[in-house]
Ligand binder design. Structure first.
Ligand SMILES: O=C(O)COP(=O)(O)O
Ligand SMILES: [Mg+2]
Length: 232
């Protein structure tokens, strides 16, 4: 993170690919939706690079693997309904926390940071999932992909957090697994740290313009603490 900058007072943490490995849930919901439309199952390796741009894009991309755009358009509303139904039925059943997440959240809080979760997942999926995985109590604020007119990589949800916390973006860090998170953070003027174990649209994490790659949220907390002790 930029040396000499002001201390960091809040962290905005991404959900899919950063706190939770949700690909097994996506696999179940997408394949349920595809089966309803007469399509065969797709694998987690196929799904992983498609995650992170919200449900609509995911459903569309999961159908474009087999059908052309016109055919996808024709069934899209039905497909999205089916996907949402399947997802809500299994939400969280197969998802697991990445290592260091709960320890990292505890450390960030112990360092005095305020915490927000900003995901492109719709709120109807996000709220029960955070509760089920014991993540909800850590967050003062949660925004989903449908909380604002625009989602990440647009800076709008991150700026929404800065406004709600009454903090300048220069005192806020975003932590995520993808270029989506980094682009949103850069556009908002927030710091950004990336984790290498997530999805990043199938691209190497090193390609992302960030302030650092951290192996876990716990390592992010340590880095932020060091930054804050040297901040002006
Ligand atoms: O696109 C999604 O559904 C979620 O993605 P995110 O939690 O990584 O923002
Ligand atoms: Mg993510």
């Amino acid at each position: 993170m930029r040396a000499g900058a002001a201390g960091i007072r809040a962290a905005i943490i991404d959900l899919d690919g950063t706190m939770l490995d949700t690909v097994p849930d996506f696999e179940a919901a997408l394949n349920g939706m595809r089966a309803d439309l007469g399509l065969g199952p797709i694998t987690q390796d196929t799904i992983k690079p498609l995650v992170g741009k919200g449900s609509e894009k995911l459903v569309r991309d999961a159908l474009l693997l087999d059908w052309d755009a016109a055919r996808v358009d024709a069934v899209f509303d039905e497909a999205l309904d089916g996907y949402q139904r399947h997802y809500l039925a299994i939400n969280g059943d197969r998802s697991t926390l990445f290592p260091g997440v709960l320890e990292g959240l505890a450390a960030l809080k112990a360092h005095g940071l305020r915490l927000a979760c900003v995901t492109n997942k719709p709120m109807a999926f996000t709220t029960p999932l955070l509760a089920q995985k014991g993540l909800a109590p850590w967050f003062e604020l949660v925004y989903g992909g449908d909380s604002f007119p625009k989602k990440k990589p647009d800076p709008m949800p991150l700026l929404g957090v800065c406004t709600a916390f009454d903090l300048p973006p220069s005192q806020v860090v975003a932590i995520g697994d993808s270029s989506n998170d980094a682009e949103a953070a850069r556009a908002a003027g927030c710091h950004v740290l990336t984790v290498p174990y997530g999805y990043n649209h199938g691209r190497p994490i090193q390609e992302i313009n960030s302030d650092g790659i951290v192996d876990s949220l716990l390592e992010a907390a340590k880095l932020i603490s060091v930054h804050n002790t040297t901040a002006t």
